[in-house]
Ligand binder design. Structure first.
Ligand SMILES: [Zn+2]
Length: 449
């Protein structure tokens, strides 16, 4: 009957003979057939038949058909045509569809529906927009919050007060009515890597705020519709976390500001934004104990995604091109690292690390605690491949011993730092106590010995 209905009424639109409604639904990857769908759905009786057919597909429970159906529903909710949106809003009212999408989209369920609708908000009629907002609100109101799942594994490490704060806050936000769509949509259909996303966001932000030197990550998050909550938590070694929940229209970022510098807080925010934005981070659960840019994170669940988020954060705070221009005009000194750190609201360590990564000079940086090297990095042209131990005559010990936070510098032989088998150079060495016993040291080769 469906077959006849389609052919009798819309046969002239379909090139291929004998295309029943079921095939139209399951073949929505085919643009020509999807165009037919858009046209056919102008008719309310056709909408009814589509509706029935979709429920049959769900009942039949064939994996391939379910995949195709998911694609179809996703595509329809990204449509800008009022009739298609009307159809999809009605569809979202059905319990079977709610169950189906719930099983498919899981943790970012509401987020996906909301983003799909947002995609075309500027092209939608006011009625379509209002209906879409109503549909997403009704949809999410029927879901039970389960955000604790997101941080389930590590949430036990938080103090009771901190845990309750997060649970309460997420619960409150998930109950809020969604009153508008977001303007900034990060593309999802293209196969971008983290850098392309970071580049896109930096460019977008710069276009909107041409007079700002640095990217304000709090503002960026807000524009992306992501809630960022910065607070002094009780749990000291807790840095930040990202909460996703199927009832939330966007992830929520919690940042611990206790004993943290502005630069470090900003890095944590940018890092969490990566988890929020990068599409392949959406299904993963995160609970980060970041140690700023060091590689020694112990509680990390997925090393690859964590590295991506760190690289993303470093790029967003200090965009490659702009940063390269900055360092081309400056000498590699603690004073200048400090200047750039202030200008770009980033930590000294991040600026120094990025400087080393981007520079053509023969430079290195060392981050040490109480005279022991935590980690070190060298520029591409640096002739020594590793940094070993710290000599007792080093500026590192001079700043530790000093009561004041002063920069100590000296010229030393490369043998102070590196294996004597290497050629010997004169090195300019500069150290600065960041806090307590943590010291940042810069090395630069100045001449042949
Ligand atoms: Zn992370």
């Amino acid at each position: 009957m469906d077959n006849n209905f389609t052919l009798n009424n819309f046969g002239h639109l379909i090139d291929v003979k004998n295309v029943p409604i079921k095939n139209l639904i399951l073949s929505s990857r085919d643009e020509a057939l999807y165009n037919v769908v858009q046209k056919v759905l102008e008719d309310s009786i056709a909408q009814y038949h589509f509706n029935q057919e979709i429920q049959r597909i769900i009942k039949n429970n064939h994996p391939e058909e379910l995949d195709a159906l998911e694609y179809f529903i996703n595509k329809c909710s990204c449509d800008k045509q009022e009739n298609v949106l009307e159809f999809i809003c009605d569809l979202f009212e059905l319990t079977s569809i709610q169950h189906f999408l719930n099983s498919r989209w899981k943790i970012d369920l509401t987020e996906r529906i909301y983003k799909n609708f947002s995609r075309n908000q500027n092209l939608m009629s006011p009625i379509a927009k209002r209906n879409a907002l109503t549909a997403v609100n009704r949809f999410k109101s029927r879901l039970a919050p389960n955000f604790s799942l997101v941080a389930r594994h590590e949430i036990s490490r938080l103090s009771e007060n901190d845990k309750n704060f997060i649970i309460k806050k997420v619960g409150k936000i998930s109950e809020e009515i969604i009153g508008e769509f977001i303007n900034t949509l990060v593309p999802v259909e293209k196969k971008w890597d983290w850098k392309e996303y970071a580049y896109f966001l930096v460019k977008w932000y710069k276009d909107l705020n041409p007079l700002e030197d640095a990217i304000n990550v709090v503002k960026l998050g807000k524009d992306l519709g992501i809630k960022i909550i910065v607070k002094e938590f009780e749990t000291e070694n807790f840095d930040a976390c990202l909460v996703r929940d199927k009832t939330l229209k966007s992830p929520i970022v919690f940042i611990n500001s206790f004993k943290k510098s502005r630069g470090r807080i900003n890095f944590s925010i940018a890092h969490e934004l990566a988890h929020a934005i990068l599409p392949h981070h959406a299904q993963s659960t995160f609970f980060c104990f970041l140690d700023d840019v060091t590689e020694s994170n112990k509680f990390v669940m997925n090393r690859k995604l964590e590295n991506e988020a760190n690289a993303f954060a470093s790029y967003v705070l200090l965009p490659d091109k702009i940063f390269k221009e900055e360092i081309s005009k400056l000498n590699y000194t603690i004073k200048n690292v400090n200047t750039l750190s202030k200008k770009y609201n980033s930590s000294l360590v991040l600026v120094a690390k990025k400087w080393v990564e981007q520079s053509n000079l023969e430079i290195a940086m060392i981050f040490s605690t109480n005279g022991v090297i935590d980690w070190a990095t060298t520029s591409e042209n640096f002739p020594f491949s590793w940094v070993d131990y710290i000599a007792s005559t080093s500026t590192v010990f001079k700043v530790i011993e000093s009561q004041e936070r002063k920069i100590k510098k000296q010229r030393v032989s490369s043998t102070n730092w590196f294996n004597k088998d290497y050629p010997i150079y004169k090195i300019h060495e500069e150290s600065y106590k960041i806090f307590d016993d943590k010291v940042l040291t810069l090395l630069q080769i100045i001449e042949d010995n």
